[in-house]
Design a protein around this ligand. Structure first.
Ligand code: FNR
Length: 191
């Protein structure tokens, strides 16, 4: 049975560097025999968390859809820029809605016990490094098993080859290793 990886990107900007990183992750994962889903969060049209809206209309369809994909997935990889050192509102908002109970479904069911990996990219030198600890803490709060592997891609405007891989071979190797470690973890969890 093929393992399924959900990749969430904290930016839906046209030409997003984190989207590029996510697509690189997806192609590494496919090459390692994993199935991947890489949705565009903005296209799901998820409103800002509003508990009055939640009380009257329930969970927005886009958030419910994303929660369903996570339910089906074996692991989550987040690629997010940092905005003032924090993971983006686009990402946080989607995760917040996905964490809410929905009818018979308990809030954190889709998250609990699943391996998660946090990555970031930025045109800045640190690559969004400051947000990684916070993203990791958020995923931990959601009940996920946050992997120790991490990568922040700095100067990301010139970090990618034409084929989408990272020009820095050491970084590309780190990423590839992180994904195979994640796969090993999944195998051990499910054996
Ligand atoms: C940024 N950016 C940024 N970059 C960074 O390295 N550290 C930071 O704290 C911030 N803060 C920040 C705040 C806000 C409100 C914006 C809009 C941007 C720059 C950011 O990394 C850059 O725009 C990236 O290109 C965004 O990621 P995508 O869209 O390319 O994936």
């Amino acid at each position: 049975n093929t393992h399924h990886l959900l990749i969430l990107v904290g930016s839906s900007r046209r030409g997003s560097l984190n989207r590029q990183l996510a697509e690189n992750v997806a192609s590494i994962a496919s090459a390692q025999g994993l199935r991947t889903t890489l949705p565009d969060i903005r296209a799901l049209d998820i409103p800002i968390m509003d508990q009055d809206l939640e009380a009257t209309e329930g969970i927005p369809a886009g958030a419910r859809q994303l929660r369903q994909v996570l339910e089906d997935a074996d692991a989550l990889i987040v690629c997010s820029p940092e905005y003032n050192g924090f993971p983006t509102p686009l990402l946080k908002n989607a995760l917040d809605w996905m964490s809410r109970p929905d009818g018979d479904i308990a809030g954190l069911d889709a998250f609990r016990g699943k391996p998660a990996l946090a990555l970031s990219a930025s045109p800045g030198a640190l690559g969004g490094l400051r947000s990684l600890a916070l993203t990791r803490q958020l995923l931990d709060n959601l009940g996920m098993l946050v992997m120790p592997e991490k990568l922040s891609v700095g100067s990301a405007g010139k970090a990618f080859n034409a084929d989408g891989s990272l020009a820095n071979e050491r970084q590309q190797h780190t990423l590839s290793q992180a994904i195979s470690t994640l796969t090993d973890r999944l195998r051990r969890l499910q054996s």
